[in-house]
Design a binder for this molecule. Structure first.
Ligand code: AMP
Length: 213
């Protein structure tokens, strides 16, 4: 099963993507996580990606598409995957489409996690991330067991640079301009499903599980 998660930054698509990956036994692929891992390792890709990410801008399509296509070609993706944060532009979606078509494959579901802008900034300021293992939390909605400490690896949780209010505003603008047109793109393909992302995490997941079956 091949699934794409759509939604504004902070809509909760990452949390839902992880839950889908666990229930349906498919890898969770986040281009943001791949970039952050590269930043941590100090690779050339990481150094370049960081200059865009810190400003709330998208990393150029050429770079992003390459890392995504390499990732989905790995053996663990043979039975499908859930993409979180890709595609984010129409050209990215077209490249993915062409690559899948060549293999005789297609996207099964595109889940749009809908959350109005006014909720987003508030949510993002409550978001906490573990820079060591990539886990994410929310001080109200998905709190860690111990304050500011990662449940998985015990590291100190932080407010990511790109979750700061001034960057979030930029990311929302970029989302509306470049990513939102994908809703129509996948609607036309007949695979778009919309869920209310303002509900509680478990309720959003229940709605998604009903769609995926
Ligand atoms: P995320 O963790 O998905 O919110 O991504 C964090 C940042 O990584 C984004 O704000 C972008 O700068 C960059 N990024 C992640 N995925 C993509 C993508 N598909 N295209 C371009 N930039 C991306």
């Amino acid at each position: 099963m091949k699934i794409i998660m759509l939604g504004a930054p902070g809509a909760g698509k990452g949390t839902q993507a992880k839950m889908i990956a666990e229930k349906y036994h498919v890898p969770h692929i986040s281009t943001g996580d791949i970039f952050r891992a590269n930043i941590k390792e100090g690779t050339a890709l990481g150094v370049e990606a960081k200059t865009y990410m810190d400003q709330g801008l998208l990393v150029p399509d050429e770079l992003t598409v390459k890392i995504l296509l390499d990732r989905v070609a790995k053996p663990d993706c043979a039975e499908g995957y859930v993409l979180d944060g890709f595609p984010r532009t129409i050209p990215q979606a077209q490249v993915l489409d062409e690559a899948l078509e060549k293999l005789g494959e297609h996207i099964d579901f595109c889940i749009d996690v809908e959350v109005p802008d006014e909720h987003i900034v508030k949510r993002m300021s409550g978001r906490r991330a573990c820079l060591k293992c990539g886990a994410t939390y929310h001080v109200e909605h998905v709190p860690p067991k111990k304050e500011d400490q990662c449940d998985i690896c015990g590291s100190q949780l932080v407010l990511r640079e790109d979750d700061r209010p001034e960057t979030v505003e930029n990311r929302l603008k970029v989302y509306h301009e470049q990513t939102q047109p994908l809703i129509e793109f996948y609607q036309k393909k007949g695979v778009l499903k919309t869920v209310d992302g303002t509900a509680e995490v478990q309720d959003v997941f229940a709605a998604i599980a009903k769609i995926l079956g």
